[in-house]
Design a protein around this ligand. Sequence first.
Ligand SMILES: Cc1cc2nc3c(=O)[nH]c(=O)nc-3n(C[C@H](O)[C@H](O)[C@H](O)COP(=O)(O)OP(=O)(O)OC[C@H]3O[C@@H](n4cnc5c(N)ncnc54)[C@H](O)[C@@H]3O)c2cc1C
Length: 385
Amino acid sequence: MNFDIAIVGGGIIGVTAGRWLAERGLKVCVVERGKLASGTSAANFSWVNASQKTTDAKYHHLNALGVRLYAELGDEFGYEALGLRQSGSITVAAGTTGIAALQGQAARLAALGYPHRLLDPAELQELEPHMAFAADTSGLLAPSDMILDAARFVGAMAARIRALGGEVVEDCPALELLSDDDGQVSGLKTSEGEIATARVLIAAGPDTPDVLAALTGFDGFATRFPVVRVPGLLVTTPPVSPGLVRHLLVRDTPDEFHVFPDFNGGLRLGSDDADARITEDSSVNEQRDAARLLLARMQALAPGFAGEACLDDCHIRIGVRAVPQDGISIAGPLPGAEGVFVIATHSGVTLAPALASLMAEVIADGVVPDMLKPFTLDRLPGFGG
Ligand SMILES: Cc1cc2nc3c(=O)[nH]c(=O)nc-3n(C[C@H](O)[C@H](O)[C@H](O)COP(=O)(O)OP(=O)(O)OC[C@H]3O[C@@H](n4cnc5c(N)ncnc54)[C@H](O)[C@@H]3O)c2cc1C
């Protein structure tokens, strides 16, 4: 069958890009080797934000575009239908150093034009009444930040692709890129047959290097494509009393730790040091040990929470980030391969609509918009950089 574009990967990046391209009138086919949103899009912290991305202005603005486009999508499709919640986020800190860090972050957000408000201890306590904050704890509220049930969002975007005449096929691994004598892509071989198309977008998340190697037959992609896999631990508790935690909360000191009210009525917890304790192959016991740490921290912050006592009822998962070598996104044409495009990024929950809208211009119009230029692959060694 003929399509204008085939997309490899049914995670949030591939399916959102497919929706944007289908809205532009392209006939889209997304192929997913397993079930939709079963990769990293099923195991992440769900935080749609630009509030934490302040060191690189271009990367901040890309994330801020993602946040703005979610608000537009929420108005178009309905927030509930997308699994999108306007929760806002609050970063909390105590002590002179911690509060100075919050003020520094607020100054950077002001310079970047991202909505935020410093909260004094009384305001913070009013917004999160069940937390036992230390007396001098202050907060930084980012009201535009949201949380997203990525699986529900992917389902809604896939439905839209189908409604626009495209296809989204599960249990259909892509096997090989087909090209003509001039090296131009002519199709994609999958387990279910061949798709005739002159354009292929690879959106395979942390598997991007291996998928590129398998599809092109060039093993060098597996070893040299500049994306590394970084695992993280996610703990989802059973339901807690409603309103126990009201916003997405990040505590930087004394130990970094983050939590939000999850879609099941429980809490989802994570922290940088719990991530550092695990690998992709960590045993169940190792994962439970790291989860204990998170549950204990949560109980210290919210004495009404059951803590370790609910460990056996928690859902503990490891998600794997695709982190490009220089920490920012990769999105654009694959240099030297006519008709092949790649998106590989961390923060893909936030960035999916931004990268999808900008990549639609690259793929449909053949123009790399200025906003995307810092993120194309040709900046990196081995690809022209
Ligand atoms: C612990 C953790 C916390 C995170 N927290 C956040 C957060 O709070 N906010 C945020 O913005 N981001 C967060 N992220 C990052 C975010 O989850 C990812 O950037 C995003 O989900 C990536 O989506 P993706 O579509 O690129 O990848 P994936 O969801 O992994 O999708 C890729 C898909 O490609 C498929 N595939 C692979 N090979 C083939 C093939 N040969 N043929 C067909 N299909 C194939 C896979 O099965 C998979 O479904 C977090 C990640 C982790 C691990």
